[in-house]
Design a protein around this ligand. Structure first.
Ligand code: BGC
Length: 458
């Protein structure tokens, strides 16, 4: 493996872009606390509460659905700047809203920003990263998502007693958004995208800023080669040779969501109360603990992802998730609420989140930023992202109903079965992208060889 070919400039660039992840995590997490106050202040019915909570998810679906061509047409950096402005405006607007209608509107805008930023940030980072560190650098975005979730829990917790607390909870999101705007203005556009637009001079400048000890001309020639036949339209997304990559992105989106992660992220206090914890306070504290494990294990993933590769982590994580979910299901099945049982349930939930954090958490967003051809990368990623938010909404909105209909144990077992299907899918369809340049991944895909064999020693 080549040693340390990336400069501190790349690390800084990736870290700034990953602030989009912080906003993603913060703005999806903050509502769990804020809704309690909004509900009281505006005397909301259950349906009205649901629309406030789901506004972000709906916005994200909408944002991912309609932004596909934008990052390909206008550039990765420009789109991230636009979403950062939406994040800032949404945060300030939601914080100052006098009516519930306006809160929903501004939360929709934030949601759209999340939907767009959730893939454009990984896309941008993957295009400025050297192959041997791409996994770690792109996963900084997931690290920031997990940090954003914990920060939102903590802010909710800290502000819980204050007057107009929900306004501060929402408004706080404007701070990272402003830093993201300024940071991205100072950074260069992705050199790969610049070349795809025939802006060779700008691409050379951008490469000079981020690369160290690397042959810039060689890099340009490599990227140029992959651009030989350029079209870059939705028609190209539908080409048969792109299909294996589309399937991997969309089905991985399904597995990332249908294995149930957000039933824990969004409903952890409720689940802890199911497990027999009576005090709200303990349940919330346990939730902060779960969020912290999520952060910590994402760091472990960052450390391992370019060493072990993506597939070994996916297998390990999915196996861990399947086992943990089976135990959670079993403990609900027995219905026991002894202290030992409570500890077992909490330990399994922690084990489940830890397993997600080393696998599907970072790897879904990473893989979709690696496997698509440059010319249509934005469009194809937006499809996988749309699928991700769609499945997210489906799981979040059916969880409590499923519990009523099937019972708690069966619901967690169901998610465990989905994990097993995920293991089989990984084996049969997912390629190993560790250490391989984006251009080589693209030419392999084009060759028509079985995609899952990419990266296997022959
Ligand atoms: C997922 C989110 C999830 C988060 C938890 C992300 O990768 O897309 O749905 O809430 O991880 O850490």
């Amino acid at each position: 493996m080549e040693k340390k070919t990336f400069s501190s400039m790349i690390l800084l660039t990736a870290s700034i872009a990953a602030l989009a992840g912080l906003l993603f995590g913060y703005d999806t997490g903050v509502i769990s606390g804020a809704i309690l106050f909004i509900k009281d202040q505006f005397q909301l019915s259950a349906t009205a509460q649901e629309s406030v909570v789901s506004a972000v998810l709906l916005g994200a679906i909408f944002g991912a659905a309609f932004s596909g061509g934008l990052a390909d047409r206008y550039g990765r950096r420009n789109i991230i700047i636009v979403t950062a402005v939406m994040f800032a405006a949404g945060a300030v607007g939601a914080a100052l809203s006098p009516t519930i209608g306006l809160i929903v509107l501004f939360r929709l805008i934030i949601g759209m920003a999340i939907g767009i930023a959730s893939y454009t940030a990984p896309l941008y980072i993957s295009e400025i990263s050297p192959p041997e560190a791409r996994g770690a650098l792109v996963s900084l975005n997931q690290l920031m998502i997990t940090i954003g979730i914990v920060v939102s829990y903590l802010v909710d917790y800290a502000l819980a007693a204050g007057e107009n607390a929900w306004r501060w909870m929402f408004g706080f999101g404007a701070v990272p958004a402003m830093i993201l705007i300024l940071g991205m203005i100072a950074l260069s556009e992705s050199p790969r995208w610049l070349l795809s637009r025939d802006r060779e001079k700008d691409a050379r400048e951008a490469l000079k800023r981020i690369l160290k000890n690397k042959d810039i001309e060689k890099e340009i020639a490599e990227i140029r080669k992959s651009l030989a036949k350029k079209t870059g339209s939705w028609r190209e997304v539908a080409l048969p040779w792109v299909r294996p990559a589309l399937i991997v992105g969309i089905v991985m989106a399904f597995f990332q969501q249908a294995t149930g992660i957000n039933t824990i992220i969004y409903y952890a206090p409720t689940i802890f109360e199911f497990a027999g914890f009576e005090s709200h306070k303990v349940a919330i504290l346990a939730t902060v603990g779960v969020g912290t494990v999520n952060v910590f294990m994402t760091l472990v993933a960052i450390w391992l992802i370019d060493r072990l590769g993506r597939k070994p982590l996916l297998y390990a994580g999915l196996i861990g998730m399947a086992i943990s979910l089976s135990v959670v299901g079993w403990s609900f099945h027995t219905g026991a609420t002894s202290d030992a049982m409570k500890i077992l349930t909490v330990a399994s939930i922690v084990g489940y989140v830890a397993s997600f954090a080393i696998s599907l958490g970072p790897i879904f967003w990473l893989i979709i930023a690696e496997i698509y051809p440059l010319e249509i990368r934005g469009r194809a990623m937006s499809m996988a992202t749309l699928a991700n938010w769609g499945f997210n909404m489906l799981v979040a909105s059916t969880f409590l109903t499923l519990i009523d209909v099937l019972g708690k144990a069966a619901v967690f077992w169901l998610y465990a079965v989905v994990c097993v299907a995920g293991i089989i899918f990984t084996f049969m369809f997912v390629p190993e992208t560790k250490g391989i340049s984006l251009e080589k991944i693209e030419s392999y895909l084009k060759s028509g060889k079985p995609f899952r064999l990419l990266g296997e020693k022959s």
